[in-house]
Design a binder for this molecule. Sequence first.
Ligand SMILES: Cc1cc2nc3c(=O)[nH]c(=O)nc-3n(C[C@H](O)[C@H](O)[C@H](O)COP(=O)(O)O)c2cc1C
Length: 381
Amino acid sequence: MKKRILRTRLCDMLGIEFPIVLAGMGSRGKATPPALVAAVSEAGGLGVLGGAGMPAEDLRAAIRQARALTNKPIGVDLLLPATLAEAPPSRAAVRAELRKKFPEHVAFVRALMAQHHLPDAEVAHDFVLSRSVGEGHQKTPQEEQVQVVMEEDVQVFASGLGDPSWVVPMARKKGMKVMGLVGTVGNARRQIKAGVDIVIATGYESGGHTGKIATFPLIPQVVDAVAPVPVLAGGGIGDGRGVAAALSLGAVGVWVGTAFLVSDECAIPDEHKGQLVNGGSADFEIGRIFSGKTMRGYRNEIIRAWEKSGLDPLPMPYQKILMDDFNEAAATAGRWDLHSNPAGQVAGLLKQRRPARVIFDELVDGAIASIEELKRGITAV
Ligand SMILES: Cc1cc2nc3c(=O)[nH]c(=O)nc-3n(C[C@H](O)[C@H](O)[C@H](O)COP(=O)(O)O)c2cc1C
């Protein structure tokens, strides 16, 4: 068989064969588990582990599991706070405030739980929102996570949110590349100031938290704004045509999330994979119901009930804490149909579950075929 070649300068920067990166997805370790991260790296791309919300030692264990499966480069994506001083209060404190300040919202969720016969459940760990307490220099959970990433055998750090400037010097010392996720040109400029090596621009179509600007207008604007810093394109890329389009827009590679959610290695519930392969693009809508921030995911019965209620979603962190506990109750009851399922519009293109290797190879082969087809089918002189 002819050796496939699809190379950009991203491949040289990261030491990978193909410019295709698994987007870090921090969904309790389920969306980008070590097996999926390793499968993408083994296939010649870069597997990125979504570590958001993982306690530091769980993150270390996940990195080591991925490392046991591949010697190729891997990355870790974390959500950093806007500033280190901005660590919010504990879940217990937020729950108490919710009951006091927003009894209507709490009562609405309790009624939803009763209607669906869900058990009482609360998210046990206090990672995301715990504040470093006490005197002295106790580390925030995010600082602990970053420390783990620096101590382990990881080649790329991706910052999904916040300001990575304090991570850059540590990463440089280690020879690690830093990438920063953005949804606007302004944020891209801020990431450059923070010192990132690569900007990841993700459009409105994306799964999970997303901005207002679609991938097509976003990518060329970010490419122009941050040149010569390279840009990875994300949001709505699900086959080789999407990869070729991203490269045409000036990106040096792609950051692919949703398309890998239907891989065999991905550990999200089967029911959620079913929503992805059976749903159309319009079934994946933006809402603030599950996290308080604009997030794209499968439009389920719970989202519809909130909309009918006339209640506005609460600001961060209230809505997230309220609905994290609801999700926990739905998960405990195995009612994945009621649980949030963050995913992007490109789900409409996904028709079957397959091994990650097959999904990856199709992205590569499809991109090569698309580029060949462009050369054959278009006269441009
Ligand atoms: C289930 C899920 C969880 C996600 N979690 C994170 C996260 O923790 N950190 C992050 O930077 N981006 C996260 N994202 C966004 C992805 O990294 C990526 O930008 C997006 O999936 C790209 O668009 P696509 O889904 O159309 O491929 C998440 C996306 C999904 C679908």
